[in-house]
Design a protein around this ligand. Structure first.
Ligand code: DMJ
Length: 566
């Protein structure tokens, strides 16, 4: 008894000193752990704090360099320390011009990350710069989807953070603030509307000129995600300004897409013509071209509570699992290949490609939100082994040849995002280790002279002189939140939701109401008020609480086949 007591005291002391979390210190004696379980089973507290500090440093290295070398341009070129704006000389360069528009994109996109990092002073300064210097009255032709998620979402998020009287992130409101960010958001969104009003189906044209509307003769093919991932930002804007036009337009586009799903499989394609409503691309998958469409059905429901959005999500999630999922039926039991979501033909459900893309890594996060935890764990684990193989994620990875089909990595956030959401849901230290691997390789492989650079090829780790705005708005934010367990966002995780660009929005009762005439708006569904406290959660057995999220034999199975060491 005495020795047990002293063991308890010793272990508690070790835990207190930050060598182990208390829980995991005891776990060592609860089960015989193998090498992998020992490695991932705990993370010292002082190491977590170091990772949090290093992530903050990573953000400021990128942000300060942007402000020094690039602002007021849209992006930072981190190798030659210059600013980057639209490619005016080559209007067909949509890789650049779809996103950049002479509106200080990186600064706007980074606003709420500043708040989350606890930097209220820099947040107020940045808000002032945006209000005083940014105008959307520009002769720039941009993609509606990109401008919506990166600019509109950021402006709404920053405005709502300022308006939050409980001040969880400190004094964010400049003393002269009078709703200017919301005015800018409304002005920007009004410039998107021609995309909807000039199409024959209600699906938005993919691009608008911010000054002149849809350019004559411009392309009419849009990806599904581009047309169907506007409801979150448009709905929030409509509810803030009391004008249903935006929400109505986004909802209509979703309903049009929904009607276009295949009558046999229920699957959607990846590219559609906004005038004919014909599918131009019949590939169906959970990655590029479709990813945020599913995500926003679920997130719109979480935010606004319309059962229509939830039933669309559930129906589409069921057919995704039916047609796209391969591998053993249960992630964490039985035998067979590791589960995988493949790209299929929307008409037959047959496998169409042998690659998965890095955007798909966000799907594990959607599965967390949907409560399908075993699948989320499984989806994420596969991407972890690909990350371990290269140190970053190639844009497309061929799961048959186990090598990249498209080998660049533009500092995308999706894998970090799902790592963070899985940690929030499980509190399993495995995900802190994953985060440490991510931070380490970003610093080793992508850190340049004055910021973080796109990887041109994961095969030779050559770099390109571009730091996309989502690096500061998402990649750094999710990594920081992973390590900063006391952050107000984590302490009140039931009060916030992330947009697909990582901007935080409040989950608030007022967002579940709208004040306009319902008949005019033609929404027949009542607002659903969910009551989380009534949910019944199945008991989780001890092994699942204390073991690795994906059992070590399955984690080893994919790491061996991928040729990586854990
Ligand atoms: C971001 O703009 C968003 O995360 C979007 O949902 C997908 N593409 C980029 C990041 O990869």
């Amino acid at each position: 008894m005495v020795s047990l007591l002293s063991l308890y005291v010793v272990l508690s002391y070790i835990a207190f000193q930050g060598f182990y979390t208390t829980e995991s210190a005891f776990n060592i004696f609860r089960y015989p752990l193998n090498k992998v379980e020992r490695k991932y089973g705990s993370l010292p507290e002082n190491e977590r704090l170091r990772l949090k500090k290093d992530t903050k440093e990573m953000f400021y290295f990128g942000y300060d360099s942007y402000m020094k070398y690039a602002y007021p341009k849209d992006e930072l070129n981190p190798i030659y320390c210059r600013g980057r704006g639209p490619d005016h000389d080559n209007p067909s360069n949509i890789n650049i011009n779809d996103i950049l528009g002479d509106y200080s994109l990186t600064l706007i996109d980074a606003l709420d990350t500043l708040a989350i990092l606890g930097d209220a002073g820099e947040f107020r300064k940045a808000v002032q710069l945006v209000i005083e210097n940014v105008s959307f009255d520009k002769n720039s032709t941009v993609q509606v989807f990109e401008a919506n998620i990166r600019l509109l979402g950021a402006l709404l998020s920053a405005h709502l953070l300022i308006q939050d009287e409980s001040r969880p992130f400190g004094q964010l409101e400049p003393d002269w603030y009078d709703g200017e960010l919301l005015e800018m958001a409304a002005d920007l969104a009004s410039r998107f509307l021609p995309a909807f009003h000039t199409s024959k189906t209600g699906l938005p044209h993919p691009r608008v000129n911010l000054r002149e509307g849809v350019p004559k003769g411009s392309r009419t093919d849009t990806c599904t995600a581009g047309a169907g991932s506007l409801l979150v930002e448009f709905g929030v804007l409509s509810r803030l300004i009391g004008d249903p036009t935006y929400e109505l337009s986004a909802r209509r586009a979703n309903r049009v897409l929904w009607k276009l799903r295949h009558n046999k499989t229920g699957l959607l394609g990846n590219v559609v013509d906004v005038n004919t409503g014909q599918w131009v691309g019949e590939l169906s998958g959970v990655g590029a071209g479709l990813d945020s469409f599913y995500e926003y059905l679920l997130k719109a429901y979480i935010l606004f509570g319309h059962p229509e959005d939830y039933s669309m999500f559930n129906e589409t999630y069921a057919v995704i699992k039916q047609y796209m999922r391969r591998g053993r039926p249960n992630c964490n039991s039985g035998s067979g290949d590791h589960p995988l979501y493949v790209n299929v033909d929307m008409k037959s459900g047959g496998t169409q490609t042998t690659w998965i893309d890095s955007l798909q890594a966000a799907f594990a996060g959607v599965q967390v939100l949907a409560g399908d935890m075993e699948e989320a764990i499984c989806t994420h684990a596969l991407y972890y082994t690909i990350w371990k193989k290269y140190g970053v994620l190639p844009e497309r990875f061929n799961w048959q040849r186990l090598s990249p089909d498209v080998s660049f990595y533009p500092l995308r956030p999706e894998f970090v995002e799902s790592t963070y959401l899985l940690y929030q849901a499980t509190k399993n230290p495995f995900y802190l280790h994953v985060g440490r691997d991510i931070l380490t390789s970003l610093n080793q492989l992508t850190r340049a002279q004055c910021g973080y650079a796109t990887v041109h090829s994961v095969l030779d780790m050559t770099l390109e002189d571009r730091m996309e705005s989502f690096f500061l708005s998402e990649t750094c934010k999710y990594l920081y939140l992973l390590f900063d367990i006391d952050n107000p966002v984590n302490q009140n995780s039931d009060r916030y939701m992330f947009t697909t660009e990582g901007h935080i929005l409040p989950l608030a009762p007022w967002l579940r109401q709208h004040h306009w005439d319902k008949s005019h708006f033609s929404l027949s569904d009542p607002i659903l008020h969910t009551n989380v406290s009534q949910a019944s959660c199945a008991a989780i057995n001890e092994e699942r609480i204390h073991g690795l999220p994906l059992k070590s034999q399955y984690l080893e199975q994919i790491s061996v086949s991928m040729g990586v060491e854990l």
